[in-house]
Design a protein around this ligand. Structure first.
Ligand code: SAH
Ligand code: SF4
Ligand code: F3S
Length: 485
């Protein structure tokens, strides 16, 4: 990340008549300046500033990538708006389950119609779906109006790609299979002024047998701890008080560094940053969760009382087929240890139902784990076959109707457990980070407890971004109503 004033200073020094710099990030600074000229010219032709909009699908990684892409759009001179009517729309796609893909195709159908009426409109596609060759073939064939396609490994090149796109009438496609490159110090437009995601690693090496992420996000690589700390310090100097450290498996952070460092060690360093109030992280793979991490969390004043610990399945047989590298018993032991050491912690999880060969008896075991652990929340998904993953080749004798039945059975228990867990703090006073004005009632504000539970209470926009003490007066299913004290 780079601050605006720093970027402007660098851009002033760049001469567009000189050779294009070979090294990053200088090369991209050059193209930011070049794209600025192009966008200025286009805006003059149009008689108004060009507008741009980003639509994001998928996980926090994609949300973070979209902030980087939007930062570049702003830096090159677009007015960023929140409407697909914009002169440039990018779709940052997800392919973790098939319904994510279908949603993108649906949107493309609509935006393609808009482009027919407004031919200067530009459409860009990026993100995980674009890393699949079959998707590119389909877009070339059925959505030929798309102007630019790039993948997950080269988003830092967006300014360069925009320059190419505005200088060409053809569809520009730039997809890399993998990368070991991490480009630092590019602009980003944050959605919230007071909280931010921070990438600590990219990619995934775990190859859970159902999951496409390792294929579309590449090998695991950790960011240099110095770059992470520098970024968080910068964010704090701009008013950020909560960070979410992002990685597909944060517990394996640091293994690929020249000087290896554990995630717990990184957390200790982040904790020292003055002015930072809250630290969150996503996601923790149970197989790599160390005693040291539990210890660091337990003794931390800043790490939030929330751990997202994906279970995926409760049956050891299915876990083995999923390549999750833990048994039901090991998971339960870990969950109990965490609860013993940090009694006020909230545990949440992800569960897949319908993995090839998963029977009703297997799902009974998942339900057992849900009851025993008592999750504050669980995201439940129906298994989606992803081409190219090992599970895609496994036969599945279980019918869709049976899977749906198992899913509904699980969901019922998940909801009952969450409801009874969440209410446990009723009557107590807790600190809340206020995030926004309530969507339905503007006399209320909405914020989050350290344990991630939502709280609504009376207040105004002056409270946004502040941590205040709130009495949790009433538990209402998945959230609290409270009173500021
Ligand atoms: N790295 C994270 C998860 C990333 S994907 C982790 O390991 O926990 C988010 C969730 O999507 C996963 O936890 C899993 O529950 C779900 N998921 C992944 N692949 C899926 C598939 N093929 N079908 C259904 N759900 C899937
Ligand atoms: Fe997918 Fe497993 Fe990696 Fe998570 S840890 S991203 S589920 S392969
Ligand atoms: Fe989806 Fe890619 Fe995230 S596939 S879940 S956006 S890593």
């Amino acid at each position: 990340m780079i601050r605006n004033d720093e970027l402007e200073q660098i851009l002033e020094e760049i001469d567009l008549k000189s050779d294009v710099p070979a090294d990053e990030p200088m090369r991209q600074y050059y193209f930011i300046k070049k794209a600025r000229e192009i966008i200025d010219l286009e805006s003059q032709k149009l008689g108004r500033r060009l507008t741009a909009d980003g639509e994001t699908f998928g996980c926090q990684m994609n949300a973070k990538d979209s902030e980087k892409l939007t930062g570049i759009l702003k830096a090159v001179g677009f007015e960023v708006i929140d409407s697909e009517d914009a002169d440039l729309v990018f779709y940052n796609t997800c392919t973790v389950r098939d319904n994510a893909n279908q949603r993108v195709y649906g949107r493309l159908g609509i935006v393609g119609g808009m482009k027919k009426k407004n031919p200067h409109k530009k459409i860009a596609l990026c993100g995980c779906m674009m890393q699949e060759p079959s998707v590119i073939e389909k877009i070339k064939k059925s959505y030929s109006f798309v102007d630019l396609i790039f993948g997950t490994h080269n988003i830092y090149k967006f300014a360069e790609l925009l320059s190419d796109m505005y200088s060409s009438d053809r569809m520009i496609i730039d997809i890399w299979e993998d990368t070991d490159k991490i480009v630092e110090d590019l602009p980003a437009k944050r959605k919230y002024s007071f909280k931010s995601g921070v990438n600590i690693m990219y990619g995934c090496n775990n190859y859970c047998s159902y999951c496409i992420v390792p294929y579309v996000r590449g090998r695991e690589r950790s960011r240099d701890p110095k770059d992470i700390i520098r970024e968080i310090e910068k964010l704090v100097s701009e008013g950020v008080i909560e960070v979410m450290l992002l990685g597909q498996n944060v517990n394996s952070y640091g293994r690929t560094l020249n000087e290896p460092m554990s995630f717990s060690q990184l957390l200790r360093e982040v904790e020292k940053i003055e002015g930072l109030e809250r630290i969150r992280f996503m996601t923790s793979h149970p197989k790599d969760l160390s005693d040291e991490l539990i210890d660091v969390m337990k003794n931390s004043k800043k790490i939030c009382r929330h751990l997202h610990l994906p279970l995926q399945a409760g049956s050891t047989r299915i876990l083995k087929a999923m390549n999750r590298c833990y048994t039901k018993e090991q998971y339960l032991e870990l969950a109990h240890k965490i609860r013993r050491e940090i009694p006020d912690i909230s545990l949440t999880t992800d569960i897949i139902v319908g993995f090839p060969g998963e029977t009703a008896a297997d799902v009974d075991e998942t339900i057992e784990v849900v009851k025993e652990v008592g999750y504050d929340n669980a995201f439940t998904f129906i298994y989606s076959k992803r081409t190219g993953t090992p599970a895609a080749g496994m036969p599945n004798p279980i019918s869709d109707a049976e899977i749906k039945e198992n899913f509904d059975r699980l969901l019922k228990v998940v909801q009952e457990t969450a409801r009874s867990r969440i209410g446990r703090l009723t009557g107590e006073v807790h600190s809340v980070l206020v995030e926004e004005i309530n969507e339905h009632d503007d006399a209320l504000v909405t914020g989050r407890l350290s344990n991630n539970t939502i709280v609504h209470f009376k207040g105004d926009s002056g409270l946004i971004g502040k941590i205040v003490n709130v009495k949790l007066t009433q538990a209402c299913g998945f959230y609290y109503m409270g009173e500021k004290i």
